[in-house]
Design a protein around this ligand. Structure first.
Ligand code: HEC
Ligand code: HEC
Ligand code: HEC
Ligand code: HEC
Ligand code: HEC
Ligand code: HEC
Ligand code: HEC
Ligand code: HEC
Ligand code: HEC
Ligand code: HEC
Ligand code: HEC
Ligand code: HEC
Ligand code: HEC
Length: 450
């Protein structure tokens, strides 16, 4: 660079010294074999077409060609030469350094070129840019379509711009100008993720290339953790993780990163359907988990939250400290010696008094007169779990009573439950059929094992 500037300066001094004698050289210069290459370009720079090399060059020594020396200089300093004629560029907020410095020939060929704008290639401009910019940040594993084709100048202005980063328009609008189907869908969405609405797309995406799919700036969940620190911390600390949150498509297995038709948590669909995308298979998990879609199909009685399309009140979708990613304790055994918090899961939503009092007339309908049959079955040292009688998700009969029966070793304990207006009866395989009635108590003595 230094040497170039020095040469320019010397030529300039000579021009000054010899004064302004500028005859027309065009015909002779171009027709000689020496400079015929200039005439061979597909597109010749206008002033050369007009036949006058002296628009730019000036003879500084009478002899030409000059053996071992230069007989031509320029009519102006290099930084000023092109601006002599191209002086109509207004001044914008951001100027590209080589344009500002008048290094026009770093990009343009002064005489002519095979492409337009005195450039060699009008398709792939990356070669031009990579002359000065390191190409590594543009060549990571996943490359943005227009970058891969070298179309740098669909997004950037090579000279100057009013937008930061020499962009051709404001960053978000720039992205949406090509991603117009995205813009259309976003306009008809019910909820838009705030950063997508307010921040530039580049707060999550790299416009050029990335080591992560979808041109993400970081992998998930780190990308999300920047703004959702508490949520991601909980996910990382969960004792029982939920596989899709920590593997595969991660957060975007359930959440839309951009917008959603469904109100609230930006899930792809309502909560239940979001979960059933995966939980409708007989082959999910090892050993395979129950096919929940099948479990619910055709069932007359759905557990309250499921009726409302929710799985969340019961399961922590992000992982939890309890088996089956439940939101509390729910023992998996049939017999459970009763303790205060054994059923903290069920009793988040249901009144704990249901199992706390031997006698009640209000806390449960499962009573014979005022004798609390939940207390009788559950609240003792042998204790039967709720699962002995109730289903978790849905049942064919009323009160979520487990009609097919709960597993008892290799056998199934079928309740054969029948309900009446004021009570009911069952013959579960634990004892002969007993009835209960809240209004007219049945006379019976339970053989309960304490
Ligand atoms: C619009 C200004 C302009 C005109 C008109 C022009 N030149 Fe040049 N020429 C330049 C510039 C600028 C350079 C230096 C290029 C560089 O450094 O990359 C140059 C360099 C040259 C060189 C030396 C380097 C090379 O490319 O071979 C020759 C020879 C040359 N010009 C011949 C001509 C001839 C012959 C004409 C007329 C037919 C002509 N020029 C017309 C601007 C011009
Ligand atoms: C970093 C490369 C680069 C530099 C430096 C550069 N240009 Fe350009 N120029 C381009 C590209 C690329 C185009 C084609 C237009 C486009 O794709 O945006 C262009 C287009 C042009 C055009 C035609 C279209 C228009 O905008 O009027 C002129 C004239 C021009 N440049 C002159 C200059 C002058 C004069 C300088 C120096 C002061 C200069 N350029 C510096 C890359 C450059
Ligand atoms: C003597 C005047 C003059 C000088 C000096 C001059 N140009 Fe030009 N240039 C023109 C004219 C005239 C045109 C044609 C403009 C048009 O088509 O409207 C042109 C066109 C261009 C174009 C557009 C070509 C195209 O394909 O559309 C570029 C790029 C350009 N010049 C770059 C340069 C660069 C770089 C320099 C300095 C090395 C330079 N010009 C110096 C007169 C000049
Ligand atoms: C002659 C060398 C040169 C060429 C060729 C060149 N650049 Fe640059 N570019 C620079 C320099 C120097 C800077 C300033 C770097 C800095 O500030 O760190 C720059 C900065 C930029 C910036 C950042 C501007 C800002 O204000 O944030 C963008 C964008 C850019 N160039 C795009 C391009 C594109 C696109 C091309 C190809 C069409 C290109 N450059 C070709 C030298 C060049
Ligand atoms: C899809 C549009 C798009 C394309 C294509 C594109 N860029 Fe960019 N570029 C951007 C955006 C957006 C920025 C960030 C501007 C900001 O926010 O400061 C940027 C920033 C830059 C910067 C500034 C430094 C940096 O990395 O942030 C350079 C240099 C740059 N681009 C060069 C290029 C080159 C070279 C090409 C072609 C190989 C290219 N760009 C293609 C959109 C694009
Ligand atoms: C010049 C048009 C154009 C512009 C401007 C543009 N894109 Fe793209 N983008 C594309 C094309 C083409 C694809 C490839 C589409 C495909 O593979 O189906 C793409 C793909 C993508 C992808 C998916 C990449 C993948 O790995 O699947 C993302 C993310 C993306 N663009 C984000 C952006 C962002 C952010 C911006 C603004 C900084 C932007 N785009 C601006 C044309 C553009
Ligand atoms: C909060 C971070 C975030 C922001 C902001 C963001 N995206 Fe994305 N984008 C993602 C993630 C994560 C993916 C990966 C797939 C998914 O979750 O949908 C993605 C995927 C994409 C894809 C490829 C898949 C598809 O849906 O077609 C495109 C295109 C895209 N984004 C464009 C944009 C555009 C345009 C903007 C700005 C209007 C934008 N993104 C803003 C996070 C973001
Ligand atoms: C730039 C910051 C930012 C990033 C990055 C970000 N988000 Fe958000 N997100 C927000 C803001 C702001 C809200 C609005 C609700 C709030 O304030 O918590 C939100 C809301 C949400 C909601 C709805 C929560 C609710 O209570 O309604 C979900 C789900 C969500 N983001 C998921 C993600 C995922 C997944 C990612 C990573 C792909 C991500 N976010 C990345 C800022 C961000
Ligand atoms: C299996 C589906 C699923 C996956 C995968 C998932 N989420 Fe969620 N997310 C939900 C559901 C459902 C909710 C509603 C609250 C609940 O039930 O836990 C939610 C709630 C949220 C909220 C609202 C605040 C909160 O903490 O409850 C944020 C923020 C959020 N998710 C971010 C993320 C991030 C970040 C990831 C990836 C690390 C992720 N989610 C992965 C289903 C999912
Ligand atoms: C992208 C697929 C996918 C989605 C969506 C999904 N899950 Fe899962 N789920 C799995 C996989 C895989 C497992 C783990 C199987 C294993 O551990 O072998 C699992 C396990 C479970 C378990 C059992 C944990 C255990 O240890 O018994 C529950 C409960 C569960 N998911 C509930 C949900 C809920 C609620 C939703 C919706 C918020 C949901 N899932 C959405 C794939 C998914
Ligand atoms: C009212 C609470 C509740 C709701 C709502 C609920 N579950 Fe469950 N779920 C449970 C309980 C309790 C278990 C543990 C059952 C057991 O231990 O036998 C369970 C177990 C599971 C399992 C593990 C099954 C296996 O084979 O081990 C999956 C998968 C599951 N639920 C998915 C869902 C999905 C999907 C939804 C929403 C459609 C949902 N759950 C709604 C309480 C609930
Ligand atoms: C997230 C809250 C929630 C949790 C946890 C929960 N339930 Fe429920 N449960 C409900 C709701 C809501 C209803 C519907 C109440 C209504 O319709 O009045 C319901 C209804 C029932 C019914 C049927 C009542 C009737 O009158 O038909 C039974 C039985 C039941 N739950 C048992 C359980 C058991 C056993 C557990 C623990 C394994 C449990 N529930 C955990 C919310 C919950
Ligand atoms: C021995 C079988 C059995 C066990 C064990 C059992 N239940 Fe029940 N439960 C019933 C019957 C039968 C009813 C229906 C009462 C009626 O409406 O006639 C019922 C009703 C309910 C209801 C509806 C409201 C009410 O109390 O009438 C809830 C909620 C409930 N049970 C929760 C639980 C929970 C939680 C557990 C475990 C702590 C549990 N049950 C254990 C048999 C049982």
């Amino acid at each position: 660079m230094y040497i170039m500037i020095k040469t320019w300066a010397i030529s300039f001094a000579i021009v000054f010294f010899l004064g302004n004698a500028t005859p027309s050289y065009a015909e002779t210069c171009l027709s000689t074999t020496c400079h015929s290459a200039i005439g061979a370009f597909k597109n010749i720079h206008q002033p050369l077409k007009n036949g006058d090399c002296s628009f730019c060059h000036q003879q500084t020594v009478k002899e030409h060609p000059l053996k071992g020396g230069k007989s031509f200089g320029f009519i102006a300093k290099p930084a000023e030469l092109c601006k002599k004629c191209h002086n109509s560029f207004g001044k914008k907020k951001v100027t590209h350094s080589p344009f500002k410095e008048g290094e026009c020939v770093a990009c343009h060929n002064a005489h002519g070129a095979n492409g337009r704008f005195l450039l060699d290639d009008n398709e792939d401009r990356s070669g031009l840019c990579f002359g000065c910019h390191d190409s590594a940040p543009f060549n990571k594993k996943y490359i943005h379509g227009p970058v891969a084709t070298g179309s740098c100048t669909v997004c950037h202005d090579s000279h100057q711009s009013d937008v930061k980063g020499l962009l051709k328009s404001a960053s978000r609008e720039l992205c949406l100008s090509c991603h117009d189907d995205f813009a259309k869908k976003m306009n008809s969405a019910t909820i838009i993720h705030p950063p997508v609405k307010k921040e530039p797309c580049t707060s999550c995406h790299n416009p050029h290339s990335s080591s992560w799919p979808n041109l993400l700036k970081q992998g998930m969940p780190d990308l999300c953790a920047g703004c959702h620190r508490e949520t991601v911390k909980k996910i990382k600390n969960a004792k029982v993780p939920h596989k899709p949150v920590t593997e595969g498509k991660l957060c975007s297995s359930c959440h839309s990163s951009h917008f959603s038709k469904v109100k609230g948590l930006q899930l792809f669909d309502d909560e239940k359907n979001t979960c059933l995308v995966c939980h409708s298979s007989d082959k999910l998990g090892k050993p395979p988990l129950a096919n929940i879609k099948k479990d619910l199909e055709g069932k007359k009685y759905l557990h309250g939250p499921i009726k409302k399309g929710l799985c969340g009140g019961c399961h922590s979708s992000h992982g939890s400290d309890f088996p089956h990613i439940l939101t509390g304790n729910y023992p998996s055994d049939f017999y459970v010696p009763f303790k205060e918090d054994s059923y903290s899961f069920c009793l988040r939503c249901h009144d704990k008094n249901m199992v706390n009092f031997a006698e009640t007339t209000i806390y449960t309908k499962f009573r014979n007169g005022s004798r609390n049959l939940h207390y009788v079955h559950v609240n003792n040292s042998k204790g039967r779990s709720c699962r002995a009688c109730h289903e978790s998700h849905a049942s064919g009969g009323p009160k979520l009573i487990n009609a097919e029966g709960t597993k008892f070793g290799e056998w199934r304990v079928q309740s054969r439950f029948q309900i009446t207006a004021t009570g009911g009866s069952c013959a579960p395989g634990c004892h002969r059929r007993y009835g209960y009635d809240r209004v007219k108590p049945v006379d019976l003595t339970f053989p309960i094992n304490k």
